[in-house]
Design a protein. Structure first.
Length: 232
């Protein structure tokens, strides 16, 4: 059984969904520390041929809080994100197919950050026909005081995984021999370069999955783009 694990991100880039699709099960971390400088609650979309950051505003919270303990800001309104997205992509070829999905994601009523992000991952996976089960890390029975590689190996053992797939960015974090000693084959997923037509003559790569969906049909993404990676 192939397992992949990652923290949740808000409408992440296509490599995240390639990782989900490559696994038999995907565990989403809710009980690891929220990092302010990461991409958990922000991403980038295309506006006037430039990459622009969009953010889910959060309620003030202590630095020690886990992702599952953070909340969206009380003043957050889905229209503050929906309106600029509509304006940026109104003329995109898949606008009328994708915009209802984005409205549904942004209209989710639970203010818990993790639940909001997990719901968005479920909805995008459904749209892209990715059927990999998404599990919540805190619900897997392991010693949750474990850190880094030890925690990953414990999750692999708990789920009966004989293969673990990690995004290529974690290549320096894990040692193949340590996984092999536990009967787990360690693989890294490397997204291959890809491009598609946007509005201008140039191409702005690695934006949110939002951008990919606005310019490519669900069939094109599922059949051509999701498998466009290599395992190392």
């Amino acid at each position: 059984m192939r397992l992949a694990i990652n923290q949740p991100y808000f409408l992440p880039y296509i490599g995240y969904f390639q990782l989900i699709a490559a696994a038999d099960e995907f565990i989403v971390y809710d009980n690891i520390k929220y990092t302010k400088k990461g991409w958990i609650n922000r991403n980038r979309f295309l506006r006037n041929d430039n990459a622009v950051t969009f953010t889910l505003p959060l309620k003030a919270g202590a630095d020690r809080l886990d992702i599952g303990q953070r909340e969206l800001a009380a003043e957050f309104s889905h229209k503050t994100l929906l309106n600029p997205i509509e304006g940026a992509y109104r003329n995109a070829p898949q606008f009328h197919s994708v915009m209802p999905l984005i409205a549904q994601i942004l209209s989710y009523t639970d203010s818990n950050l993790f639940k909001f992000l997990l719901n968005s991952l479920h909805l995008v996976c459904d749209y892209l026909r990715i059927h990999t089960p998404l599990l919540v890390s805190s619900e897997v029975p392991i010693d949750h005081q474990l850190k880094a590689e030890d925690k990953v190996l414990a999750l692999c053992k708990a789920r009966g995984a004989d293969s673990y797939i990690n995004a290529i960015g974690g290549k320096n974090l894990y040692i193949r021999e340590n996984f092999a000693e536990q009967g787990v084959e360690l693989k890294f997923l490397q997204s291959l370069p890809m491009s598609y037509g946007q509005f201008g003559d140039g191409f702005v790569p690695w934006l949110s999955i939002l951008d990919v969906m606005m310019f490519n049909s669900a069939d094109e993404i599922s059949n051509r783009m999701l498998p466009h990676y290599e395992l190392q």
